[in-house]
Design a protein around this ligand. Sequence first.
Ligand SMILES: Nc1nc2c(c(=O)[nH]1)N[C@H]1C(S)=C(S)[C@@H](COP(=O)(O)O)O[C@H]1N2
Ligand SMILES: [Mo]
Length: 182
Amino acid sequence: MVKGWPVSHYGPVPRFRAERWNLQVFGSTATGEKYTWSFDEIMALPAATVTTDLHCASGTTTLDHEFYGVPASVLLELAPPDPRVTHVMAWAEYGYNANLRLADFASERTLMATHHNGEPLTVEHGFPLRLVVPQLYGYKGPKWLRAIEYMTQDRRGFWEERGYHNLADPWTEQRHSYQEDE
Ligand SMILES: Nc1nc2c(c(=O)[nH]1)N[C@H]1C(S)=C(S)[C@@H](COP(=O)(O)O)O[C@H]1N2
Ligand SMILES: [Mo]
């Protein structure tokens, strides 16, 4: 455990331009259509607060983060997935991505956060939108979230392709892909 909230990610911090930003849902939606929300539209959606610890797979845990934002369940209602969807890919700026089981994305505590401890997220921590999946390691929560892709089979994301565990449960310490055969 460490004090404060360290910044940890791969690559540069993207610059935010509201007029060029949107959030998309694509892939296997129920209707086959793609959905797009502007920044203002996202900010107008129903929001909730989730308090959680954050566990980085490389060892750092920080406690009691209060995130506020749009529950993933709201997105799933607005953009229903095809019944065959089993997984989602969460996409960030610059192509960072993380795959999630649909059940983990749909969990009632999964949030697309806009705020942290009552303040807008800082850009280093993912402003304007960051996926928070409380029950999984940090790499499953892209900062600078830009899209959710509905998938009818699993596909590994950025760290999952580079030796990190496909499922990432911190309670059983699923950190590395070699643990997947255990
Ligand atoms: N876009 C993006 N999101 C990311 C990452 C990244 O490299 N790029 N790293 C992940 C990892 S491994 C962790 S532990 C957390 C760290 O979040 P923090 O910097 O806000 O503590 O961000 C996650 N989200
Ligand atoms: Mo991490």
